[in-house]
Design a protein around this ligand. Structure first.
Ligand code: GLA
Length: 592
């Protein structure tokens, strides 16, 4: 038998004017840290630094595609231990805001949506009241419930708010979808207030919210006018800037984005003086480890860089910046900043040393998975290869004596083309390239393709990767394809003493080095071309001479006392003999 319904007021509620914590007016001073962008060994430290800056809350998205690489699975281990992260927030005496999406944007691969979902033919429309889409979303929210429900404030946990969708007004206006999604979140046992977020324009706030969900805004400047617009659409209750943009992300091929600490502090001051609540996006940005970065496409495909430093108050390596102290000064005008909490350590030089890459060899065919054959050129999605690299092969039987044009429908996103083992050239989607001159129309065509990250914003979310047909040489359609996925895990532990006669465009090199204790490092990539780097089997991410970033951050937690290994997979400038670790980050040139 269930007991009588509780009459106790909710521990956290939205009042006529304010957020109410145990019935008392409360201002949320939050900072964003995405657990999946920070090594778990650093979580506690980063959260404590937020507390020391004067924040009382940590906000995180949940990256569905990271937890569920295949449908039915739900990985909560290591970097994905969301429960552990929320417990660390609680242990620092802070509250938590959780934004489970299902779409999160966040410069993250596919905006957080699993590739198995976005290619499912049953799913007719994403982010709409589409039955197959909503069924998958319901499954996801059920998988998340055991983590979130017992950690809500009513159950003694840190969670005070949960956000529904993300800037939905920039994408759609299907209010039935928002209603169904909110109902679904409630059905899993979420009882804390629900919010939406939109860029503060009348159209987006109207399209992206519902009267029963508390509307918040995302902006980083023009505070007074943004709050005024938000107020028109959220006539009662507290005003909240749920993404106060205090910096910006970097994309490959651009400069490193920074904003002035003074300007950002002034905007924050204005926001707090207006009585608003805030979530600083980002407080600590972290890193797009592995192949997790997203991309933008506004007429041109632009992939996101590996560093997600964001020019945030706490930098990628966890050190306070000028912005940290400027924000702390502003916050201290409104609330006492804790004096019992140590300030994070100022950056100290990381150890600088060189490692000889003693083991080396061409990228062997044996690290590629089974061959999938098809008459027409298949996409990566057709072989359920969700991220990374794939090797296409086809026999060309045309004229041997004359050069011929290779023409590809679309390359997603970068292709290295070889004919009979000879490198011919590169095709880059970000330059709209899709044709290349071949010396002959006969021989074995090999195209190694990199998926550089799925688009995370706008109508191109979920688009397929790999080669998009048709493919023709000298105007003749090419048929009879094979496609093999690159098994990246196998590259990190590859035995380079075993020589493989069949190799692919790419070079693997490895070296070992000793450390007295686990230490955060910066791997200098400026001598190299384009590729991936691992330390002790942990894929740090992509590097690219194009920049802006020229170093990769190595969290202390992936290193160890004693022997360590660095592995590099280089696609464009083979022959590196050394890896260099340097004292600090080089995130690239600033805007002039
Ligand atoms: C929007 C999104 C975030 C992020 C920022 C830009 O506000 O909601 O997920 O993409 O833009 O960093």
């Amino acid at each position: 038998m269930s007991g009588a319904p509780s009459t106790r007021p909710a521990a956290f509620a939205i009042g006529e004017h304010d957020f109410l914590l145990h019935g008392w007016p409360h201002r949320i001073l939050s900072g964003a840290i995405h657990y999946f962008r920070v090594h778990p060994g650093d979580w506690r430290d980063r959260i404590r630094a937020a507390r020391s800056m004067g924040l009382n809350t940590i906000e995180t998205y949940v990256a569905w595609n990271e937890h569920a690489p295949t449908r039915g699975e739900f990985d909560l281990s290591g970097r994905l231990d969301l429960g552990g992260f929320l417990d660390a927030v609680a242990a620092e005496g802070m509250h938590a805001i959780v934004r489970p999406g299902p779409y999160i944007c966040a410069e993250f691969d596919n905006g957080g949506l699993p590739a198995w979902l976005t290619r499912d033919p049953q799913v007719r429309q994403l982010r709409r009241a589409d039955p197959a889409y909503l069924e998958a979303v319901a499954e996801y929210l059920e998988q998340l419930a055991p983590v979130l429900v017992p950690r809500q404030i009513d159950a003694g946990g840190p969670i005070i708010l949960v956000q529904v969708e993300n800037e939905y007004g920039a994408y759609g206006d299907d209010h039935e979808y928002l209603r169904r999604l909110a109902a679904c979140i409630r059905e899993t046992g979420i009882t804390v207030p629900l919010t939406t977020i939109d860029q503060p324009t009348d159209a987006m706030l109207e399209a992206g919210g519902l009267p029963e969900l508390h509307r918040t805004g995302s902006f980083g400047s023009n505070v007074a006018s943004r709050l005024e617009t938000l107020r028109r659409h959220q006539p009662t209750g507290p005003l909240m800037c749920a993404e106060f943009w205090d910096g910006w992300f970097d994309s490959w091929g651009t400069h490193h984005h920074t904003t002035s600490a003074q300007d950002a502090a002034r905007e924050l001051d204005e926001l707090l003086a207006a009585g608003a609540s805030v979530n600083i996006y980002m407080f600590h940005g972290g890193t797009n480890f592995g192949l997790t970065n997203g991309a933008n496409h506004k007429g041109r495909y632009v992939p996101i860089a590996t560093s997600y430093d964001y020019d945030a108050p706490l930098d990628e390596a966890g050190h306070p910046t000028e912005k940290y102290f400027a924000f702390r000064d502003v916050i201290s005008k409104y609330v006492p900043v804790p004096d019992d909490s140590p300030l994070p350590p100022r950056p100290a030089p990381a150890p600088a040393f060189e490692v000889e890459l003693g083991e080396r060899g061409p990228l062997p065919r044996r690290v590629f998975g089974p061959e999938f054959t098809s008459d027409q050129v298949p996409t990566f999605d057709e072989i359920e290869h969700d991220r990374g690299f794939g090797l296409y092969r086809a026999e060309l039987a045309g004229e041997a004596s004359r050069p011929a044009v290779l023409e590809i429908g679309e390359v997603r996103d970068r292709a290295w083309v070889r004919l009979d083992g000879t490198m011919i050239g590169t095709l880059a989607r970000d330059s709209h390239e899709r044709t290349l001159m071949l010396p002959s129309a006969r021989g074995t065509l090999e195209v190694l393709v990199e998926d550089q990250g799925r688009v995370n914003y706008g109508p191109r979310i979920g688009e397929q990767k790999g080669l998009i047909g048709p493919v023709a040489v000298a105007g003749d359609p090419i048929t009879g394809w094979s496609l093999q996925p690159l098994a990246l895990d196998a590259v990190a532990d590859l035995d380079l003493t075993v020589v493989d006669p069949a190799s692919v465009q790419g070079d693997v090199a490895r070296g070992v080095f000793e450390l007295p204790e686990p230490t955060a490092l910066f791997l200098d990539t400026r001598e190299w071309g384009k590729g991936l780097a691992w330390v002790n089997g942990f894929l740090l991410g992509r590097y690219w001479r194009r920049g802006p970033q020229q170093t990769l951050f190595v969290p202390a937690g992936v290193t160890r006392a004693g022997m360590n290994a660095v592995t590099v997979l280089e696609f464009e400038v083979p022959g590196a003999t050394h890896a260099r670790f340097v004292q600090g980050p080089d995130l690239g040139p600033l805007e002039e």
